[in-house]
Design a protein around this ligand. Structure first.
Ligand code: FES
Length: 323
């Protein structure tokens, strides 16, 4: 978890419904001072009063220092984070947040950036678009949503100076052809980097289409929001061996590796605890992990030398960890 001393005491300055089930929040420093700077693709941890910690991408222009803007999708069947944001967070409320972190940065060597957003996945990509326009870097943004009324930031995008770089795609309404991924991604080019964020089905489609078309992994950048429920009924207990001390730590069938390590007094940094942020990445020296994360590329998972202990388990009876 983020240590308490690193948390910022912010205040909710604005709360606005911007699409069906989507609400935007402007967060400012409680004492009115400037906030720590951030780069495109950054997110913050929001510490909710119910004890949950949720990650939200910053979607405002990164040149702004007076606010962090986030937008949240209400997920009725979720684990309570989005409901708490929508129902229990009000204008004027104090709110604890982390400083911005970036696991989804823009590549420095890109000559062109292709941004593909699905639904609420627009948030980090809108921040990227603001930045790329400001630095006169070539880019195109494709943004798909199930319906016009579910499209967050549509007016802001249409009124932006980069509106001509954006194509909006809806499943309803007279929006013209939908997002034709095979046509869009059929010709990977050196220097062109692809960034995608959105629901898992959308991102799976984008990434599998790109990989099938031959995009190099280094030109694919993605950020998942949260893991879907994983079937755990077949989970088995297994052992960890810590290479630096030789200690053996048992992971129970109903326990995460991270929880077992913490219970054994082993400190491993963590944040999302859903296999999406990479904070807990740990080297595996021996044994076969069972990867359940949404972050590592297929060949990174296949290498089996790193795993994410907040969600992944073991296929072998023991994992030797570089801890
Ligand atoms: S804590 Fe985020 S991936 Fe493990």
């Amino acid at each position: 978890m983020t240590p308490d001393h690193a948390l910022l005491r912010a205040r909710v300055d604005r709360k606005q419904d911007i699409a069906v089930d989507i609400t935007a929040f402007d967060l400012v420093e409680a004492d009115g001072t400037a906030l720590p700077p951030f780069t495109p693709g950054s997110h913050i941890d929001v510490h909710l009063a119910n004890g949950l910690i949720r990650q939200y991408s910053l979607c405002n222009d990164p040149r702004e220092t007076h606010r962090y803007q986030i937008a949240t999708l209400r997920v009725a069947a979720g684990r309570g984070g989005s409901r708490a944001m929508h129902e229990a967070v009000h204008v004027g409320d104090p709110i604890l947040i982390s400083a911005p972190k970036n696991h989804f940065p823009l590549a420095q060597d890109a000559t062109h950036s292709l941004l593909l957003a699905g639904g609420i996945g627009i948030t980090p990509l809108l921040c990227m678009a603001e930045h790329l326009w400001a630095i006169a870097h070539p880019f195109a943004l494709h943004y798909g949503a199930r319906a016009i009324k579910r499209m967050a930031f549509r007016e802001r995008i249409l009124q932006s100076p980069f509106a001509h770089r954006v194509k909006l795609h809806f499943d309803d309404g007279p929006a013209g052809p939908g997002l034709d991924l095979p046509a869009l991604l059929h010709h990977p080019q050196a220097g062109v980097h692809l960034y995608t964020c959105g629901p898992k089905g959308f991102m799976d489609a984008v990434l599998s289409t790109a990989r099938h078309a031959g995009w190099p992994e280094g030109q694919l950048h993605f950020e998942f929001f949260g893991a879907e429920a994983v079937e755990r009924t077949g989970d088995q207990a297994f052992e960890l061996q810590l290479a630096r001390s030789g200690r053996i730590v048992r992971v129970a069938a109903n326990q995460t590796v991270l929880a077992a390590l913490v219970a054994a007094g082993v400190q491993v940094p963590s944040s999302c605890e859903q296999g999406v942020c990479g904070t807990c990445a740990t080297r595996v020296l021996q044994g076969i992990p069972e990867h359940r994360d949404l972050l590592l590329a297929p060949e990174e998972q296949a290498a089996n030398d790193v795993f994410l202990p907040c969600c992944s388990r073991a296929k072998s009876a023991r994992l030797l960890l570089d801890l």
